[in-house]
Design a protein around this ligand. Structure first.
Ligand code: ATP
Ligand code: MG
Length: 296
């Protein structure tokens, strides 16, 4: 479903965010993509969803070549970004229908499809409410519905459960498992919660400094002893959440790679600049990229 070879991204200005990543993901897997802040997770996802153009390497995603057929990739994948990226002023149902029609569905087909996903994620009663008026858990379910409305075979989720309470997190895990078990959907997700990775993912990749440093099933990585936290600490030299989003750099984060490490400046260069979930600007940019084939 995903195969990459030496996939790389160096941003203008010289930040080598991803430095030769090889991934192989099978259809119907839930894959967890782990790594400290700034490791290159979002950049990798944005390359795989055609939103960022690789500067090196090749990839096939959902049966289409990333470089020569980005439109083919785009039609078959869904992406829920770290910052959301949905217009939250629109009513939930309308926003979903609009998104479906932007993907080429006729209005009647879009209405039917949207009714289906609203039902699936327990959002039917909320269809007339603006996205901005949803609770955190409802909002994440709306994000999932948004990522799925055009019927992709592969869904990318960037930190889908960050900030949720334990119950809402567990409920979202059930939804994600249901997508794999009920529809054979392949799910590629990032998380900073190692218990989540352990519970949810069939297989894990750990990235650090733009390079894959470990991969395997949660059981393989744990090797029968210890926890994923121990594994992560021993591989990356730090705990996954040393540097929670918004903090000023990770204490003792090594920068042995010679590329940029974590810094306040780095964060200001992040891919979702305005950072505000659902900013219309982000949304418009994403739609434009999806529709117009606008890789950057
Ligand atoms: N548009 C950009 N221009 C320049 N550098 C960028 C850009 N986007 C990301 N970077 C840099 O690339 C590196 C990887 O960032 P990325 O967002 O992929 O990390 P991440 O693993 O998703 O981190 P987090 O866990 O904090 O979300 C960081 O050093 C970041 O500052
Ligand atoms: Mg990220």
């Amino acid at each position: 479903m995903i195969k990459t070879s030496a996939l790389s991204k160096t941003f203008p200005g010289g930040v080598a965010a991803v430095r030769g990543v090889d991934l192989a993901v099978e259809a119907g897997e839930i894959v967890g993509f782990l790594g400290p802040n700034g490791a290159g997770k979002t950049t990798t996802m944005r390359m795989l969803t055609t939103l960022v153009r690789p500067t090196g390497g090749t990839a096939t995603v959902a049966g289409h070549d990333l470089l020569t057929d980005p439109r083919g990739v785009r039609r078959r994948v869904g992406y829920v970004s770290q910052s959301g990226g949905i217009d939250l002023s629109n009513p939930v149902g309308e926003e979903l229908e609009l998104h479906a029609m932007l993907y080429g569905m006729r209005p009647a087909e879009a209405r039917e499809r949207v009714a289906g996903v609203l039902g699936r994620f327990g959002l039917t009663e909320l269809r007339d409410r603006p996205g901005g008026a949803l609770s955190g858990g409802q909002r994440r379910r709306f994000d999932l519905a948004f990522g799925l409305v055009h019927d992709p075979v592969l869904l990318f989720l960037d930190e889908p459960t960050t900030g949720l309470d334990p119950q809402s997190r567990a409920a979202l895990w059930d939804h994600i498992r249901g997508l794999r078990d009920g529809f054979g959907l392949t799910v590629f997700l990032t998380t900073h919660y190692l218990d989540e990775a352990d519970a949810l993912a069939d297989r894990l990749f750990i990235i650090d400094g733009g390079v894959i440093v470990a991969q395997g099933t949660p059981a393989e990585l744990k090797g029968g002893t210890g926890t994923l936290d121990d594994v992560f600490l021993s591989i990356t030299g730090r705990s996954l959440r040393d540097d929670p989003p918004g903090s000023l750099g990770s204490p003792g984060s090594p920068d042995s790679s010679g590329t940029d490490g974590e810094s306040v400046t780095d964060r200001s260069l992040r891919d979702d600049p305005p950072g505000s979930p659902g900013s219309p600007e982000t949304n418009g940019g994403r739609r434009a990229a999806h529709l117009a084939g606008g890789e950057r």
